[in-house]
Design a protein. Structure first.
Length: 186
């Protein structure tokens, strides 16, 4: 029985770590914390069965932290993202300029006008006083950040539409490449 619980704990811990480290959005991160809760409960059970006090106390604390993570990512963050989505949708039905959640600029897919995928937003640079977005940092290629290239997509060449960015460029490779640790100031 101890051996089986040990394997459940190990597999759940590795799976949860992969889910949270992948940074695939609040829902996946939240479910990662749910899997972490299963793993901390399994480690807690193993610690009780084998009389390992440090393992028991560590996983009592980790279970509490994992429950906080579930609340944070499946509760609070999901409601915030849903609220932003509802506000953006409602702004499209009201007079004036449509709005979009700025958090979109940290994760949105980027497509060209034809709908072909070009890359992903990873950040944006905005003016401190004006709040005006000057450019989007666009990621292209690679897997999970390894081997990707970053490009400067000027805001005047992009529009936000329904949870994505539409770029008025044929391909991101034609845009200036950004060094990962030295982004342009202007």
């Amino acid at each position: 029985m101890e051996d089986m619980i040990g394997w459940v704990a190990t597999i759940a811990t590795i799976t949860a770590a992969l889910m949270t480290a992948s940074n695939l959005g609040s829902r996946i991160t939240g479910y990662g914390f749910a899997v972490f809760t299963v793993s901390s409960l399994a480690w807690l059970a193993l610690g009780l069965m084998t009389d390992q006090r440090a393992l028991v106390w560590t996983n009592i604390v980790l279970t509490g932290l994992n429950l906080f993570g579930i609340w944070r990512w499946l509760g609070r963050q999901a409601r915030i993202e849903e609220g932003a989505s509802i506000a953006a949708e409602a702004s499209g039905r009201t007079p004036g300029e449509s709005l979009f959640p700025v958090s979109l600029l940290l994760k949105a897919p980027i497509e060209n006008a034809k709908g072909d995928p070009l890359g992903t937003c990873v950040d944006a640079m905005a003016g401190c006083c004006s709040g005006r977005v000057h450019y989007v940092v666009a990621s292209h290629g690679g897997v999970a950040g390894v081997g990707e290239t970053l490009h400067r997509l000027p805001w005047e060449d992009a529009t936000a539409e329904s949870g994505k960015l539409v770029a008025n460029v044929a391909e991101l490779e034609a845009l200036p490449e950004i060094d990962k640790d030295q982004w342009p100031a202007r």
